[in-house]
Ligand binder design. Structure first.
Ligand code: HEC
Ligand code: HEC
Length: 262
């Protein structure tokens, strides 16, 4: 997942850029997030209509790249990412029961609210707008694509956030079902994790290697089984999982799931 470095965006976009937004990863995340929020709030007033004109139909197809992590619509639940129901007007990092990075929570505390404009900036380059985010998504570089996906989010995101008791998971034959039934041993998971954290960051930062902390148990287990069985083909992760049994996978899910992102 290398970072593609590309030229500046289209004309007019760059006038709306803070210099900080480009590539200064070394900055402390909370500080960077605070600056980004201050910057956005300062200009959101004048650029409020920045993301109008998207086509929700096209957005639905583009939303496929979000679907593995986000649910949206009535009764949406948190998964690897927070649910996107009632997103418009919602403060960043504000859902109860979801383990956000501290960078995302800080943005929300500083007053950042999701709307067409803030989503446009975040979705272009999540890791630059929110240094320290644990969203493992490299961004959507094409402005029209972002407008379409935002139009789709707007159409689907009803203002009725789901309660924790909403929508029981439909019973279905599930890969990893046996491991999902186990009560994973977090201490054993910690022991096994030493190898994983040579690549994945314990802090939950998604800098090139995806974030794997704070995931719901079932999503984590499913992902490892998908590598193990090569449904997701990735040589490194296949090697990492091929010899892991149900106990090991459940233990890793318990350990990483309980870690708090920084
Ligand atoms: C690999 C999983 C993954 C993918 C793919 C992904 N996201 Fe996320 N998303 C996350 C995680 C995890 C967070 C929480 C980030 C944090 O706490 O820093 C998040 C946060 C967000 C937020 C902030 C929500 C809030 O409650 O503050 C929005 C909006 C969002 N994602 C939209 C999208 C959209 C739109 C797409 C597709 C274009 C997408 N995401 C793709 C995992 C993902
Ligand atoms: C040598 C580096 C490396 C090691 C070691 C490693 N991983 Fe990964 N892992 C990756 C990469 C790279 C990806 C992204 C693969 C892809 O694109 O599908 C990944 C993906 C994942 C994902 C899916 C992330 C997502 O957003 O869908 C999970 C879960 C995961 N790894 C867990 C683990 C666990 C648990 C261990 C230890 C047993 C581990 N990894 C060890 C490099 C590594």
């Amino acid at each position: 997942m290398g970072e593609v470095h590309r030229g500046k965006g289209g004309p007019g976009r760059d006038a709306c850029r803070t210099p900080r937004a480009r590539g200064d990863r070394s900055r402390a995340s909370a500080n960077g997030a605070g600056l980004a929020a201050a910057f956005l709030m300062a200009i959101a007033g004048t650029h409020g209509a920045a993301a109008e004109g998207g086509d929700p139909g096209k957005g639905e197809k583009l939303y496929r790249s979000c679907k593995s992590c986000h649910e949206i619509g009535a009764n949406a639940r948190n998964g690897v990412g927070p649910h996107l129901d009632g997103l418009f007007g919602r403060a960043a990092g504000s859902l109860e029961g979801f383990k956000y990075s501290s960078a995302m929570k800080e943005l929300g505390r500083n007053g950042l609210v999701w709307n067409e404009f803030t989503l446009d900036v975040y979705l272009e380059k999540p890791r630059e707008f929110v240094p320290g985010t644990r969203m493992s998504f490299r961004g959507m570089r094409d402005r029209d694509d972002r407008l379409h996906v935002i139009a789709y989010l707007k159409a689907l995101s009803v203002n009725a956030p789901a309660g924790p008791e909403a929508a029981p998971v439909l019973a279905r034959a599930e890969m990893g079902a046996v491991a999902m039934q186990l009560d994973g041993d977090a201490a054993y998971g910690e022991y096994l994790s030493s190898e994983c954290v040579t690549c994945h960051q314990m802090s939950g930062r998604a800098d090139g290697i995806p974030s794997i902390v704070g995931w719901p148990k079932d999503s984590f287990i499913r992902a490892l089984f998908e590598y193990k069985t090569n449904i997701r083909s990735h040589q490194v992760m296949q090697n990492m999982t091929v010899n892991l049994g149900n106990e090991e996978i459940a233990a890793l899910a318990a350990y990483f799931g309980a870690l708090d992102p920084q």
